[in-house]
Design a protein around this ligand. Structure first.
Ligand code: ADP
Ligand code: MG
Length: 559
């Protein structure tokens, strides 16, 4: 039998993993159990949508068994199984090459950490095993197949015997060394603890043969030992649990189990709605920007469950664009199971849920801003731009809510402030909310135009991103205060007296100003004497709606 090579990228990832000294090796079990659970989900889904198959809940389970003498750990499931082709496609190559792209881009970082954090899936078995054997039989197939691999060298596939549909994964555990202990993964108490920690909410029973002891009848020091098959997990999905029963760690574990991101979530939002529309949801605000977030490849969406059965991996209709960074899942009893994507788009229930979710995320972010400012700023650093795009593109009611989530750097506070904070500090005689645009805070600070405003003691907001001014233009006002660029013609500051002065000034320098106009003809509309300048000789200012910065951006845009 010839040995097949893994696809190149799989091989690299395998090597990385095998050679890694990553401490959380225990996650391999989480990965294998989650695959088993997925496989049963697929079976369940098939049964629900195909009348020729019945799903008898008792027959569906995952079993974990350790054999210390042979140093093997087996994970058996009664899920949908794999055909030979599927074995080849699923275990011979890495499904999520995106993870690898991420890894390559961040090569300079400490690789060990990253490995344990994203969905390494099936391959994580090689962190603890020298050899992995998969025996599987797919639904509707009479044949079973055995896939076997010793790691990076490749794998073999051959015909095998298996009576029932499902998959058995056998790990031949590595020998422990002085530095590394693998024996622990053959210990009953340790396995139970890992299952509890990561897989408690899995909806199918995870069974183990557990050795129990009880006192011999009529004795107080002699014990009977017997083995009993027990279900280790509580099987209640985390989203159906009471918030009060759950810790931050539980939510973090779920985030990792689901591979929502490589990071730790900044915040979770757990929703249970039982009204006109009923649903449960667990949503997360990630800490870091997904590597492909600001690219075309990025797909927004939430996992969609219908009464506990996963029906869609990324339901885009559940998330507005301005919150496309949110990760998580939604479970609703009110959705039909064999609903197609097209129908789903027009589903009234789904629309209601989406609207509700939008509001919950909004208030979640608002409370983060109010109660955990530092975390909010971390969030805003990563995803603030998306909120501004939201303000810019939304013509509806969202603008109201989104504007309160915006932050800009302030000339007086020397930190990020909200519009609400700005307005609350405005002196009575200040008419406008002032802003200045530029490449960086340092550059803006040195703008000639800014002095006249800051000298008045007024606060100026610094706009350093292209989108800032466009978004503000869409808002027009905040709390009835108009926005005004420091480079605009009318700042609402100059008083009568200075206008008069200006006129005399203009008179006395007429010759100079005319000469300048002549030289700059076609480049500027007018050259005037200004009262605005203090330490700078000249500045550019714009008349009308479009500021100089906006003009630059508009000109740089492709037609
Ligand atoms: P992921 O679960 O993210 O797709 P994995 O590396 O964990 O990635 O698994 C790769 C694929 O192998 C799965 O998508 C699935 O198709 C298949 N697979 C793994 N384990 C099982 C199993 N126990 N039963 C059926 N299919 C499986
Ligand atoms: Mg997996």
């Amino acid at each position: 039998m010839t040995k097949k090579q893994f696809k190149a990228e799989s091989k690299r990832l395998l090597e990385m993993m095998i050679n890694s000294i990553y401490t959380q090796k225990e996650i391999f079990l989480r990965e294998l159990i989650s695959n088993a659970s997925d496989a049963i989900d697929k079976m369940y889904y098939k049964a629900l949508t195909d009348d020729s198959i019945t799903f008898n809940k008792d027959e569906y389970y995952i079993k974990v068994a350790a054999d210390k003498d042979n140093r093997t750990l087996t994970i058996t499931d009664t899920g949908i199984g794999m055909t030979k082709e599927e074995l080849e496609a699923n275990l011979g190559t890495i499904a999520k090459s995106g993870s690898l792209a991420f890894k390559t881009e961040n090569e300079s970082q400490d690789g060990h950490d990253i490995i344990g954090q994203f969905g390494v899936g099936f391959y994580s078995a090689f962190m603890v095993a020298d050899q992995v054997t998969v025996v599987t039989r797919s639904i509707g197939s009479e044949e079973a197949f055995k896939w076997q691999s010793d790691g990076a060298e490749g794998y073999t596939i051959e015909l095998a015997e298996k009576d029932s549909v499902g998959t058995i994964i056998e790990l031949k555990m590595k020998e422990s060394t002085e530095e590394e202990n693998y024996d622990e993964f053959l210990e009953e108490f340790r396995l139970k603890a890992i299952i509890k920690k990561y897989s408690d909410f899995i909806r199918y029973p995870i069974k183990m043969d557990v050795v129990e002891r009880s006192l011999k009848e009529g004795s107080d020091n002699e014990w009977d030992e017997y083995t009993e098959e027990q279900t280790i997990n509580s099987m209640v999905p985390i989203w159906r649990k009471n918030k009060s029963e759950l810790t931050d760690e539980d939510y973090d574990h779920f985030y990792q189990e689901k591979h929502y991101g490589f990071d730790k979530p900044l915040k979770h939002i757990h929703i249970s709605v039982d009204g006109a529309v009923r649903y449960n949801a667990i949503l997360y605000i990630p800490e870091n920007i997904p590597f492909d977030y600001y690219s075309k490849e990025y797909e927004k969406g939430l996992e969609l469950y219908s009464n506990g059965v996963l029906i869609m991996n990324k339901c885009a209709d559940l998330l507005p664009d301005h919150f496309s960074f949110v990760k998580g899942m939604v479970d609703s009893e009110d959705l039909s199971l064999n609903i197609s994507r097209e129908i789903l788009q027009h589903d009234r229930q789904l629309k209601l849920i989406a609207k509700n979710i939008n509001n919950k995320i909004k208030s979640g972010l608002q409370s983060l801003l109010k109660d955990e400012r530092e975390k909010y700023e971390t969030f805003y650093n990563a995803f603030g731009r998306q909120l501004k795009y939201g303000v810019y593109t939304d013509f509806g009611a969202n603008k109201e809510a989104l504007q309160d989530l915006l932050m800009f750097y302030s000339s007086t506070e020397k930190k990020m402030v909200t519009l609400q904070e700005y307005v609350s500090r405005m002196p009575e005689d200040q008419k406008y909310i002032y802003y200045a645009t530029g490449e960086s805070n340092e550059r803006i600070e040195k703008l000639p135009q800014i002095e006249v405003v800051t000298d008045k003691g007024y606060e100026v907001l610094y706009f350093t991103e292209d989108i800032d001014e466009f978004a503000i233009k869409m808002l027009q006002t905040y709390k009835e205060k108009e926005f005004r660029s420091v480079s605009s013609g009318d700042l609402g500051i100059e008083n009568e007296e200075s206008n008069e002065n200006n006129a005399t000034e203009e008179q006395s320098h007429k010759e100079l100003l005319d000469k300048m106009k002549e030289i700059l003809a076609g480049k500027v509309k007018d050259v005037r004497a200004s009262k605005r300048l203090k330490t700078h000789p000249v500045c550019l200012s714009a008349d009308g709606e479009v500021t100089i910065e906006m003009e630059k951006i508009l000109q740089a845009m492709p037609d």
